[in-house]
Design a protein around this ligand. Structure first.
Ligand SMILES: [Zn+2]
Length: 76
């Protein structure tokens, strides 16, 4: 385990995750919101800006979810 700085709130924590235990539920919530949005609307093409505007999730977090393959793949 490493001492890390949370990418969401900036607090230090000890874990293998990139977010602290406090932010983990927020991350899960964002991921399911994003996944539902993509699936419910059958989205195959979009932009990160569009996803952010429609879900209220920050560009930074969306980029992170895309890079870590935790949301459905779409053409961006
Ligand atoms: Zn945090």
């Amino acid at each position: 385990m490493e001492f890390k700085k949370c990418v969401r709130c900036g607090s230090f924590f000890l874990s293998n995750n990139v977010v602290c235990p406090k932010c983990l539920p927020k991350d899960r919530c964002d991921i399911s919101k994003l996944t539902n949005y993509i699936n419910d609307n059958n989205i195959t093409n979009s932009t990160i800006t569009n996803l952010s505007q429609n879900t209220g999730i920050t560009l930074k977090n969306i980029n992170r979810y895309i890079n870590s393959d935790v949301i459905p793949k779409i053409n961006l």
